[in-house]
Design a binder for this molecule. Structure first.
Ligand SMILES: Nc1ncnc2c1ncn2[C@@H]1O[C@H](COP(=O)(O)OP(=O)(O)OP(=O)(O)O)[C@@H](O)[C@H]1O
Ligand SMILES: [Mg+2]
Length: 244
């Protein structure tokens, strides 16, 4: 069966949320509504609101609780404070009314030189088994950045360099091992449901070292990565040739 691109974030996330083993690595996710927003803000200090079908960090909004009654909405380069009861009406000014949004528990990302990062993990299935081709970090341009997309100014950094200079004191060997384990399991679950040959996972390490799934791209972008790590790049190209 040939590879298919699955665009809906909710379709992929729900499948993982329903898995008894991997669900503990998936941040709670729901369709965005006034009800889900207030329910999630009661439980979590930060939530992310994202277009169900979106790319490159476009339209991604972060809402943080400041105190009992106030919140901060961050979008692109700006942040505004407002009463929590008015968050929905403030969001309507930024959201595209023609798009469906999901709401997700915010993960407190680990930092490298005070900049939050997430991890790009690419797996490929040239024959009938998933192979890990690529792992690297995407480091946000500054400490308050909402997203860590390279299209929004983040920088690709090798995972060894990132973990060596982490601001948090974590057992990096254990963290990397778990990151790889969770990534394989995620690819397996997604690949059992959808006809996939390649998957680019956005994985997160939180400040306490826990591994989280953020998003799965079924058409990962490799632009600019060749020079970052030629060895891993070759692994990707070799598998890609077998898939074609
Ligand atoms: N729940 C979350 N907690 C913390 N950060 C998040 C969360 N969701 C998204 N982010 C940040 O926003 C970025 C973009 O989110 P996401 O990957 O879900 O959307 P996208 O990049 O627009 O879509 P795609 O990955 O399909 O291109 C992530 O790389 C991460 O930096
Ligand atoms: Mg992404």
């Amino acid at each position: 069966m040939s590879h298919t691109v699955i665009r809906s974030k909710m379709r992929k996330t729900r499948l993982l949320m329903d898995d008894p083993i991997i669900s503990r690595h998936v941040p709670e996710t729901d369709w965005f509504s006034a009800t889900s927003l207030h329910r999630m803000l009661r439980k979590y200090s930060t939530v992310y609101i994202k277009p169900d079908i979106g790319r490159k960090g476009n339209g991604v909004i972060r809402v943080r609780k400041i105190n009992d009654s106030e919140s901060e909405i961050s979008y692109r380069q700006t942040s505004v404070r407002c009463a929590t009861k008015n968050v929905v009406s403030q969001l309507q000014k930024i959201q595209n009314s023609e798009r469906q949004y999901i709401i997700q528990r915010g993960i407190d990302l680990a930092t490298y030189h005070s900049r939050p990062f997430d991890v790009r993990v690419v797996l490929q299935k040239p024959l009938n088994r998933w192979h890990l081709s690529w792992v690297s970090a995407k480091v946000a341009p500054h400490k308050d950045a909402v997203v860590t997309n390279v299209a929004k100014g983040a920088q690709d950094v090798t995972i060894t360099k990132t973990l060596r200079k982490l601001d948090q004191r974590l057992n990096v060997y254990r963290v990397l091992q778990e990151l790889i384990d969770v990534s394989y399991q995620t690819a397996q679950i997604l690949g059992a449901k959808f006809p996939l040959k390649i998957v680019g996972l956005d994985m997160a390490i939180d400040k306490r070292g826990k591994i989280w799934f953020i998003e799965a791209n079924t058409k990962p972008d490799f632009r600019g990565l060749r020079s970052l790590d030629p060895k891993q790049y070759k692994r990707y190209i070799t598998a890609k040739r077998l898939i074609r």
